[in-house]
Design a protein around this ligand. Structure first.
Ligand code: PBG
Length: 327
């Protein structure tokens, strides 16, 4: 007896059959939209290496978050640019700091209608541009996690919903969890940049956030891009320390890391599609070499297909418009 040929094309026959069979779905509700807020800025300022991305003055925050909220995007991730940097990174945990002010403005205007995520790191705030404090010319782990904890607590006081440590210091999740709980913020969620790789894809962000290291590089704390097992150990450590959501960063060149995390761990998973991923697409699209919406759609679906439950992306607003059929 001969078997009939397998006709896989049967399920691709019409638009509606294809819709029914679609395995991966994408919605604006999957997105976290990054925003940059700069102290003492008078008006919106373009970021050279990230077309259509702007740094905002504090008084534009509410308008911007309104536009994001109207697109059905549930969360923003706030990055601050202070006007003064010092060795202790003190503007990062100043209760009147730029991020703390931005958080309380958003909270006051949107309450539970917008999830406020804030980056917890030092590189925008330290004179060295490193993500931790410097001792003997090295990035010191244990004093850094104390400061990261102070930052998280100051953001919690301002009304943050989710803190997102991105310094890649050992023990940062445990320290922040204890610090938040002690200060009465046991409801504040930790979404850690668990496996943040040492990546050249961050270059445009350093332009946007003025946080390039003044000496050396980030190789002593970020994960080498050659190592998947080491990334898994980072994720495992964060889970043991009580993380709520883990993050893999960057996303597009790290789909295997996303997929492996999903396969191994039962934990909510976010992926951060970083500035360089954005800049590559924008540059080619602006030359007319690719069609931006089609490429963005393919990239974001791929990140979800790999296993991400949510995506931090600079395309959040434009992709939300596209998904709502307005583009
Ligand atoms: C700082 C930080 C970086 C990014 C997010 N937080 C830069 C870095 O580690 O150099 C990069 C984000 C992006 O490229 O979009 N800790």
């Amino acid at each position: 007896m001969s078997f009939p040929a397998r006709r896989l094309r049967r399920l691709r026959r019409s638009e509606k059959i294809r819709e029914l069979l679609q395995e991966t779905r994408l919605s604006p509700k999957d997105f976290i939209c990054p925003i940059f807020v700069q102290e003492n800025l008078e008006k919106r300022q373009k970021v050279e290496s990230m077309p259509d991305i702007e740094r905002l003055p504090l008084n534009e925050i509410v308008i911007e978050v309104g536009a994001i909220s109207d697109l059905d995007i549930p969360a923003v991730m706030v990055f601050g640019l202070p006007s003064k940097k010092d060795d202790a990174g003190s503007a990062a945990f100043d209760e009147k700091g730029i991020v703390q002010k931005a958080i309380s403005e958003i909270k006051k205007n949107y309450g539970e209608k917008m999830v406020i995520v804030a980056d917890v790191c030092l590189c925008q705030y330290t004179s060295s541009g490193h993500c931790g404090l410097i001792k003997d010319n090295k990035v010191d782990n244990d004093s850094s996690i104390e400061t990261l904890t102070k930052i998280a607590v100051s953001q919690a006081k301002a009304g943050v919903d989710v803190v997102s440590p991105s310094a890649m210091m050992d023990g940062q999740v445990a320290a922040i969890r204890l610090g938040l709980d002690d200060a009465g913020f046991s409801d504040v969620v930790i979404m850690s940049h668990s496996a943040k790789h040492r990546s050249s894809f961050y270059a445009p962000f350093r332009d946007a956030a003025e946080c390039a290291p003044k000496f050396g590089d980030r190789k002593t704390y970020q994960v080498p891009y050659t190592n998947l097992m080491e990334a898994m150990r980072e994720v495992e450590a964060d889970i043991k320390e009580g993380v709520d959501i883990v993050m893999i960063k960057p996303a597009l060149a790290y789909l295997d890391v996303i997929a492996e995390t999903k396969r191994r761990f039962n934990v909510p998973l976010s992926a951060y599609s970083v500035s360089g991923e954005y800049a590559l697409v924008k540059a080619a699209a602006n030359q007319g070499w690719i069609k931006e919406e089609d490429i963005v759609s393919e990239i974001l679906y791929a990140i979800k297909r790999a296993g991400a439950d949510m995506i931090v992306t600079y395309f959040a607003k434009s992709a939300a418009k596209m998904l709502q059929g307005n583009l």
